[in-house]
Design a protein around this ligand. Structure first.
Ligand SMILES: NC(=O)c1ccc[n+]([C@@H]2O[C@H](COP(=O)([O-])OP(=O)(O)OC[C@H]3O[C@@H](n4cnc5c(N)ncnc54)[C@H](OP(=O)(O)O)[C@@H]3O)[C@@H](O)[C@H]2O)c1
Length: 286
């Protein structure tokens, strides 16, 4: 099958490698595609510029949209999650493409719940910030398009090369607050890949899933666990932020019920694998 990954970055590249190994022809679209692995065909284009999307690979069977915002500005979110999806969907339509599924990666950042409550796909998503509203607008563009669409709202992604918490601990810069405790909702990169691959293969997936592991964890608990395993300086307790920020625990029950088997069900599994690799290779795991 011909597969396009639009916004082929951290998750998209790993997904492309996996899908190519499955035997598919995979194109990775990004502005600077040099350096994509050999099995992912580079496609230089700018999702913000519709002109550059005029000749997509023909006969696409599945299209993933995994582009991320360049920074945290409203303009960057608008480009990545509103303009980009609109341009790509229009290009698919204009080129008479009939993918059997289009998949959009959104974020659990759309949930503004802030009291540590559990949220699932039926919980209200009422983002406080413009960036979250652009994400939701992008979701709607996909879901209301002429194509069969699925949205996966991903939690915080970690994995090889995305180990900021470990670096913070090693540098003695890791902090947490405990009143109230702040929850981290996490998913390993390889489970992002696995879930995206799994959802596109389902005959009738739901329109919306949350992509998160089984165990939202208090930031302090995770940092103390990592610090103990890595023998770093302990994280520092700091005063609670007075800004209202989202603070919730996301459930993966719908994704699990769809048949997806997590490779790294909890942070202990995922970070444990990263730390094992660090220890074995005696070098940063990238
Ligand atoms: N990282 C997280 O913790 C997190 C959490 C929740 C949800 N998500 C979502 O999950 C998805 C995957 O995340 P990720 O961490 O893999 O993202 P990423 O590494 O930042 O990759 C995004 C890719 O999109 C490309 N891109 C950005 N703007 C583009 C444009 N205008 N035209 C073409 N390509 C463009 C970038 O490549 P070029 O710069 O070469 O164009 C980059 O390779 C994203 O949708 C993200 O919003 C991420």
């Amino acid at each position: 099958m011909n597969i396009l990954i639009a916004g082929c970055g951290y998750v998209g590249t790993a997904l492309g490698v996996r899908l190519a190994a499955d035997g598919h022809s995979v194109w990775g679209l990004r502005r600077r595609p040099a350096g994509l692995p050999d099995t992912v065909q580079p496609l230089a284009a700018d999702l913000a510029d519709a002109e550059t999307l005029r000749s997509l690979p023909p006969g696409l069977g599945v299209v993933y949209y995994t582009a991320g915002a360049a920074d945290s500005s409203e303009a960057a979110y608008r480009t990545a999650y509103l303009d980009g999806p609109r341009h790509l969907l229009e290009a698919l339509q204009q080129q008479g493409q009939r993918p059997r599924r289009v998949v959009f990666t959104s974020s659990t950042g759309v949930y503004a719940q802030y009291r540590g409550e559990w949220v699932d796909e039926d919980a209200p998503a009422e983002p406080l910030h413009a960036g979250g509203r652009h994400l939701m607008a992008g979701e709607r563009l996909f879901l209301e398009s002429e194509f069969a669409a699925t949205v996966l709202r991903l939690a915080g992604i970690y994995g090889p090369g995305r180990t900021r918490l470990i670096e913070n601990l090693r540098q003695g810069n890791a902090t947490y607050q405990d009143s109230p405790p702040v929850y981290l909702n996490l998913i390993h990169r390889d489970d992002c890949v696995g879930a995206l691959r799994h959802l596109a293969a389902l005959a009738r997936p739901a329109s919306l899933y949350i992509g998160v592991d089984y165990r939202p964890v208090e930031r302090g608990t995770l940092l103390r666990w990592l610090s103990g395993v890595l023998d770093t300086p302990p994280p520092r307790l700091v005063a609670a932020s007075t800004n209202r920020r989202s603070n919730k625990r996301c459930r993966n029950a719908r994704l699990v019920a769809s048949g997806y088997p997590f490779q790294y069900p909890t942070f202990q599994h995922g970070y444990g694998a990263i730390i094992d690799a660090l220890t074995k290779e005696k070098k940063p795991y990238v």
